[in-house]
Design a protein around this ligand. Structure first.
Ligand SMILES: O=P(O)(O)OC[C@H]1O[C@H](O)[C@H](O)[C@@H](O)[C@@H]1O
Length: 417
């Protein structure tokens, strides 16, 4: 379950009815593009794709020997699987992410891995991302050096169905390659094989995850009063004059979720609109309770330039009692309480304190940190982003601003010879 709480934004129900025509129009425009080539709305259909799920499961079953899974990918090709695997790794397979090009940790990783038990997954929609190709080259050499001809079983590719250098390489070498559907962009790809393949190795409940995402689809299309993504899109739209959007999650298991959201929000919505105006708000990742001891001071008493979203679990899967300690009476208010009670109290107190501090804040309650609820939340946030693209007049599915950095990197490398 995912539940929106706007108790500290009392005018919101009226604002929702006032903006009904605007929201309905944004939804109509978005859905009208569905199925249009190049509209990049394929992520809406991923939760229904049972064929890919079967293919991913078959591959997982055929490779029971895997103990270490190295995902080489960056941005949308790494952030989603990283967020979900950290929360729902039930298998004990160890995951390593090469989403950087720092030599020292890469060398250390290569020294600790057993190539005979390692599966390398190179993930890139374009198939041409520099960091990913650099990592692939290094791991390919390592696999070949240790395994000879057997290296092919240890490398699996996830990329465009037809195009790009990685697809061509996989074909040339006869490698197993999963497809990221053409109409699915990187930051919207977590429910494609980009996420499903690693999560199958992590033993995550994929049925639950996709069922949750289907629920988000249902709410996205529901009448306005029941349309959670239209509601949160409106919250962000009404506060677009506030430059900062804090996304704060009260779950250690979901510690990587804010980074996934940051890419989704910032890269989709921070750009020039159709009139050439710069638009966008800056998503700031935060984690509870850790950031209560780091960022919350600023959130509470710093500039009133923020809209904050708190993601708060309502129930734990398991709980842990805080036992009494003799001689530590200062902590007696904790004794007999549980970790989750403390977590929940802290989240609620922060929610209230932020509102009383004058900040604009709302909560998204997750029934539990389960694949179902988190699948729902992630697909919900994709809908929210897509609706905001319509409301702000930007193409939420391109990233022209990233291209210049890529071109300059290439130019610098060429100069160095
Ligand atoms: O999946 P890839 O094509 O390798 O792309 C990885 C990342 O590259 C660029 O930085 C894009 O701006 C991101 O949106 C993308 O997620």
């Amino acid at each position: 379950m995912l539940r929106l709480d706007t108790r500290f934004l009392p005018g919101f129900p009226e604002a929702l009815s006032r903006h009904a025509p605007l929201l309905e129009e944004a939804r109509r425009r978005l859905l009208a593009k569905r199925g249009e080539p190049g509209s990049m709305l394929g992520w809406m259909d991923l939760p229904e794709d049972t064929e890919t799920l079967r293919e991913v499961r078959r591959y997982r079953e055929a490779n029971p020997w895997v103990e270490d899974f190295v995902l080489i990918g960056i941005g949308g090709s790494a952030l989603g699987p990283k967020a979900l695997e950290a929360a729902f790794n039930e298998s004990g397979v160890r995951f390593h992410y090469l989403d950087h090009v720092e030599p020292e940790p890469t060398l250390r990783l290569l020294q600790t891995l057993d190539p005979r038990r390692t599966l390398v997954n190179a993930v890139s929609k374009s198939g041409s991302t520099a960091e990913t190709l650099a990592g692939l080259a290094v791991f390919l050499k390592w696999l070949k050096a240790h395994l000879g001809e057997a290296w092919r079983r240890h490398l699996v590719v996830t990329t465009d169905p037809k195009e790009g250098p990685l697809r061509a390489f996989a074909e040339r070498e006869g490698l197993k390659a999963f497809a990221i559907p053409k109409e699915v962009g990187g930051r919207f790809s977590v429910l494609s094989p980009v996420g499903l393949l690693p999560l199958a190795f992590a033993g995550t409940d994929l049925d639950g995850l996709l069922m949750g995402a289907r629920k988000a689809n249902e709410t996205a299309l529901a009448p306005l009063e029941a349309s959670l993504p239209l509601k949160t899109a409106l919250l962000l739209h009404l506060h677009r004059h506030l430059p900062v959007h804090v996304f704060m999650v009260y779950s250690e298991r979901l510690r990587h979720l804010p980074s996934w959201f940051v890419q989704l929000h910032d890269e989709s919505l921070g750009k020039a609109d159709r009139q050439g105006q710069r638009v966008g708000t800056t998503a700031v990742p935060a984690l509870g309770p850790q950031d209560q001891h780091a960022q919350v001071q600023l959130f509470r008493e710093g500039p009133l330039d923020k809209l904050l979203a708190l993601v708060i679990p309502e129930t734990p899967l398991e709980d842990l009692e805080i036992p009494e300690v003799e001689g530590l009476e200062a902590a007696s208010f904790l004794f007999g309480k549980s970790f989750f009670q403390l977590l929940k109290a802290e989240a609620e107190a922060t929610y209230q304190a932020l509102a009383e501090g004058g900040q604009r804040v709302y909560a998204l309650y997750l029934s539990q940190v389960s694949p179902y609820a988190v699948g729902w939340l992630m697909q919900h946030l994709m809908w929210q982003t897509a609706f905001l693209g319509e409301l702000w007049g930007v193409n939420a599915f391109d990233q022209p601003g990233v291209e210049l950095g890529k071109r300059l990197t290439l130019a610098l490398l060429r100069q160095e010879g």
